[in-house]
Design a binder for this molecule. Structure first.
Ligand SMILES: Nc1ncnc2c1ncn2[C@@H]1O[C@H](COP(=O)(O)OP(=O)(O)OP(=O)(O)O)[C@@H](O)[C@H]1O
Ligand SMILES: [Mg+2]
Length: 519
């Protein structure tokens, strides 16, 4: 009898043992043709590991994979691509100094005289691809000059170019603005409905799961807890399956702290990587015991502002003072010594070293200070390990030991490591960018309460986040940035999320008499 199975991929009892970590523990999963299948689970639950096995990057310790009912061995990404399986990773893998077209065709590039890449051909293929899928890109632009949203679009095109019918997207929206995420979802729907593709999507945002997926599978501690039809799920059910207990988003308690200005920013002007004006006459002040939220659509100067304030980018005009000490283009180290800690938005590029161990990462910035360095030279390994172990415990960083490379950590646990380190310095000022990107619901709750605790103890906190819910939940005061200028300033409670959107997209308020302009 002719029998057609709807099951495209079947994973049966897959386990993956890493040194000291059973990342996948007899996991089974079915993927049906033409579905959007979401995978959720806490940081370190084993989601990326499972996908890397399906994509042929990791060899499973045990278990089997079936493709259209037949057992298959996927020993490399090339095997996966031959089956039509493509993957966009949690951390992008593009070559920054190459153009968009070059990145897309890389590995399968058209050749001229069999030696040089046929750039013209690469461009025309990119344009064609971009048209077919309705994903706009400029083939000539260098990847390093593009926003993360566009970079991700290129990753997706790259996978489609290789002929993938099944796309695995590992946290594709973690780095996107709400608008970019919405655009991506439209692309995903189109790929599935009009072009018959199958999508596997990992995300921590349960609202997204409900909005986009047909089915959802939940992992916890390396195990598959279960698969549900999305129409039978809600946020509460999923969160409980993920963490094995109820998740409550409690109201955060904010203490009243006497105002004392610790950071004062005056007339800053700076350029972006493309040499365009990114910040224009930006002035504001920040008080002890206050969280100042910067709301804005990504790419409106937030990243540059954080870079200027942490010494990673030069300013052309203006200045800022930290507790009365003036800063004009000082080095990151000098600024750190003045009392500014920094949780960067791009943890892989600036926040951590993936080759170094977790304890070494925890030490960055204080490796020359007592009691971790004796007389500034000899390492006091005992103290260093004690501190590292304490932070691992306090911040619930999922790892068997601090002696492993930080690169082994799951994405969300890397983020927790960077936050743990920066918070442990007890600086008077904290600059925090996108603190909960790629972090699971339970950990978001934890990180938020840590931020509030810092505030209640008198830290002055500048919070940059593309997540408006986060801005509203944590901030005492909010300023909006649009095209490098401050367009509005509000006390939290003074304006709705909907109205603030207007200031994020160009409406200006009269700032006279407000803190932002008269400082
Ligand atoms: N290459 C590796 N070497 C050693 N251990 C690893 C490696 N990759 C992952 N692990 C470990 O396996 C476990 C599962 O990690 P994985 O990256 O699959 O989690 P995840 O569910 O994707 O989490 P997140 O939501 O934070 O991205 C973690 O404990 C992690 O530290
Ligand atoms: Mg992951």
């Amino acid at each position: 009898m002719y029998y057609m199975t709807k099951k495209l991929i079947q994973v049966k009892n897959i386990s993956k043992q890493f040194p000291g970590v059973l990342a996948n523990d007899k996991v089974s999963l079915d993927i049906e043709k033409g579905e959007i299948h979401a995978i959720v689970g806490e940081n370190g639950a084993g989601k990326s590991t499972l996908m890397n096995i399906i994509y042929g990057l990791y060899e499973p310790t045990e278990g089997e994979i079936f493709f259209e009912g037949e057992p298959v061995e996927i020993n490399s990404p090339l095997d996966a691509i031959n089956l039509g399986i493509g993957m966009v990773h949690q951390h992008f893998m593009l070559l920054p100094s190459f153009t968009v077209a070059e990145n897309i065709v890389l590995g399968t590039e058209p050749r001229k005289n069999r030696i040089f890449m046929d750039f013209k051909e690469a461009v025309s293929r990119t344009e064609e691809l971009s048209k077919t899928y309705g994903l706009k890109v400029d083939p000539y632009r260098k990847v390093e000059s593009l926003s993360v949203g566009i970079q991700q679009r290129i990753e997706i095109l790259k996978v489609l170019y290789k002929g993938a019918d099944i796309l695995i997207l590992d946290e594709p929206t973690a780095v996107l603005t709400p608008q970019e995420a919405e655009d991506l979802f439209n692309v995903i729907r189109k790929l599935v409905k009009d072009l018959g593709k199958t999508i596997i999507i990992i995300t921590h945002k349960l609202q997204e799961v409900l909005a986009i997926s047909d089915r959802v599978s939940v992992m916890r501690h390396g195990k598959m807890i279960g698969t549900l039809e999305t129409k039978d799920a809600d946020e509460q059910i999923l969160a409980e399956m993920m963490v094995g207990r109820e998740v409550l988003f409690e109201k955060l308690h904010k203490e009243k702290i006497p105002k004392e200005k610790v950071l004062s920013v005056k007339g800053i002007k700076a350029r972006d990587n493309r040499d365009l004006i990114a910040l224009d006459q930006v002035s504001f002040s920040l008080n002890a015991g206050e969280i100042l939220g910067i709301a804005g659509v990504e790419g409106n100067g937030q990243s540059e502002l954080v870079e200027v304030l942490t010494g990673l980018r030069k300013m052309e005009e203006g200045t800022f003072t930290v507790k009365g000490i003036e800063v004009f283009n000082k080095s990151p180290r000098e600024i750190r010594d003045l009392g500014i800690a920094h949780v960067p938005e791009d943890r892989l590029a600036t926040g951590l070293s993936s080759e170094a161990t977790i304890w070494e990462n925890m030490l960055m910035g204080i490796q020359h200070t007592e009691p971790y360095a004796i007389k500034g030279i000899h390492m006091n390994k005992k103290k260093i390990m004690e501190r590292s172990d304490r932070l691992i415990e306090e911040f619930d960083i999922r790892t068997p030991t601090g002696d492993l490379p930080a690169g082994n950590l799951s994405g969300g646990n890397m983020q927790k490591m960077v936050i743990a380190r920066e918070f442990s310095f007890n600086t008077p000022i904290l600059i925090i960018a996108q603190p909960t990107r790629g972090v699971d619901v339970g950990a978001i709750e934890f990180i938020h309460s840590q931020i509030i605790e810092k505030r209640n103890k008198g830290a002055a906190i500048l919070l940059v986040s593309a997540d408006l819910d986060e801005i509203f939940r944590l901030s005492d005061r909010i300023i909006t940035l649009y095209e490098g200028k401050i367009t509005g300033e509000f006390l939290n409670g003074e304006i709705s999320k909907k109205d603030i959107g207007l200031y994020m997209t160009g409406k200006h308020m009269d700032l006279a008499g407000r803190g932002a302009s008269n400082e």
